[in-house]
Design a protein around this ligand. Structure first.
Ligand SMILES: Cc1cc2nc3c(=O)[nH]c(=O)nc-3n(C[C@H](O)[C@H](O)[C@H](O)COP(=O)(O)O)c2cc1C
Length: 166
């Protein structure tokens, strides 16, 4: 089974999970990057461009991303991992889904959340976007990041193992 895992990360949690899963499955891994980098300070400073960034997130806008290195059609299963931002996927992930052809591909979705966060809305919106692009979502998982790094790695590893029985 050829797996690709594509992820976006701002503060590293989603990357840790993506790398753990990639190691477990022997997957190719790809980081989704915006053309114009986003910094965590963009969310803490008050400016017009930051308001516009927040607006992009809640209105599920896309954002210009660097050209992906891999074509999802070259894989059997594609795992897409995003942080949850304001109850939505990161705009870069929306752009990634929009620029790939998922026709007849099995897709797994992961959303990382803060303590007491809820990944349901994010996962269901991403699920619809994948379906529109011809793909079939075979599993979704929200992963809370309030645990220790070791626990997060173990949770990601167990999730990767569970994909083997699907
Ligand atoms: C701008 C912003 C908005 C966020 N909104 C939510 C949210 O709505 N729900 C939630 O559970 N977590 C939210 N979080 C927390 C992140 O989803 C969580 O820390 C995630 O693991 C970060 O992933 P990363 O380290 O890969 O960037 C938000 C974080 C940021 C920076």
């Amino acid at each position: 089974m050829r797996y690709l895992i594509a992820y976006y990360t701002l503060t590293g949690n989603t990357e840790l999970i993506a790398r753990t899963i990639a190691t477990e499955l022997g997957a190719e891994i790809e980081q989704i990057n915006t053309e114009k980098p986003i910094n965590i300070s963009d969310f803490t400073k008050f400016s017009l461009s930051n308001i516009s960034l927040m607006h992009s997130i809640i209105s599920r806008k896309k954002m210009k991303i660097n050209q992906p290195a891999y074509n999802v059609q070259d894989f059997d299963r594609i795992i897409i991992a995003t942080p949850v931002w304001m109850n939505n996927s990161a705009p870069a992930v929306n752009s990634y889904i929009d620029c790939q052809n998922f026709m007849n591909k099995d897709v797994v979705l992961i959303a990382t959340i803060a303590e007491k966060g809820n990944a349901q809305n994010t996962l269901s919106v991403m699920n619809s976007a994948i379906r529109k692009r011809g793909g079939k979502v075979i599993a979704t998982q929200g992963i809370g990041i309030e645990k220790s790094e070791q626990e997060i790695v173990e949770m990601a590893r167990q999730f990767a193992i569970s994909l083997g029985s699907l």
